[in-house]
Design a protein around this ligand. Structure first.
Ligand SMILES: N[C@@H](CCC(=O)N[C@@H](CS)C(=O)NCC(=O)O)C(=O)O
Length: 201
């Protein structure tokens, strides 16, 4: 298996953390990539018209994207339980969607400051995206008790979202005002799957 990879991408991280949890990480070859919304990576576009990482290749030649599909594929391959069945399923999938949505907003906000020329920036738009992150954190704080002791796609996605805030927004004190979430993350972030996938530029 192969994955178009970036060590800074939280969506790639989620896939690789899932792969670690499932014992599949060593079977995935990492393909270097330079995905960007402006300077688009032709080597990815040839397989995924969205030109994004993660883009994944199965051993039988299928191309899979996005991270949600890749994680579900890996779980299926390993016959894991990251996508639980039964009554916890919809809560877990909704946490996954919330964490991915917060990540998407944080990523767009970062593009706004890291990529967009200064003269074209729109502060209100940036604040709108970061508002999604703040509102998501508020909701996660109320659910923090429910996250403890679980390893599934919901907790992995939330862990990667919080890790991304630490990585790209070090001055954004998300722990302030979210003590229960911070306590959960402190423990969850020590998992070997999270430590093996810590982001870097
Ligand atoms: N929904 C996608 C989002 C992937 C994504 O936004 N990846 C970023 C890097 S973290 C990217 O490739 N950006 C370049 C682009 O959007 O063109 C997923 O879950 O995989």
């Amino acid at each position: 298996m192969k994955i178009h990879f970036s060590p800074a991408s939280p969506f790639v991280r989620k896939c690789m953390a899932a792969a670690h949890e499932l014992g599949l990480a060593d079977r995935i070859e990492r393909l270097p990539s330079a995905a960007g919304p402006v300077d688009r990576d032709a080597s990815i576009i040839v397989s995924n018209p969205l030109g994004q990482v993660p883009t994944f290749f199965t051993d039988d030649g299928q191309v899979l994207y996005d991270s949600r599909v890749i994680c579900e594929y890996l779980d299926d391959l390993a016959q894991g339980s990251l996508f639980p069945r039964g009554q916890t399923r919809w809560r877990t999938l909704t946490e996954h969607a919330l964490a991915d949505g917060m990540l998407g907003a944080a990523l767009l906000a970062r593009y706004e400051t890291a990529l967009r020329p200064e003269a074209l920036r729109w502060d209100a738009w940036y604040e709108g995206q970061m508002g999604k992150v703040r509102d998501g954190l508020r909701q996660l704080e109320t659910r923090a008790a429910d996250l403890h002791g679980r390893v599934d796609i919901g907790t992995l996605a939330v862990g990667c979202a919080l890790g991304y805030l630490d990585f790209r927004y070090p001055a954004f004190d998300w722990r302030g005002g979210h003590p229960a979430l911070a306590r959960w993350f402190e423990t969850f972030n020590q998992r070997p799957s999270m430590q093996a996938t810590l982001p870097h530029a």
